[in-house]
Write a new protein. Sequence first.
Length: 100
Amino acid sequence: MVCDNCQKKVGRVATQDVWKSGSRNTVESGGKKLNENKLLTNKNSRYSPYTTKFNKCKICKSTIHQPGSTYCQGCAYKLGLCAMCGVKILQTKNYRQSSV
């Protein structure tokens, strides 16, 4: 779960979205270039498991594989928080959630 402010910070995929009318990276919307070499153009933002320092979740101390996040997906969902900034998104008082 990510809030609306952190939505633009979320990583993007190099492939096109299947749903064309709402996708972010199609040719029609201007987000994808034709005949572009992704290896050369996005050298700085390219994912590398050896150079990327993974953060730990503040609650359960598990490894987070999304850069810039402070909470893992499980803890963010259970508490109703944004995984990146920690803002309360959802009121979970009346929900029946498992403790796993």
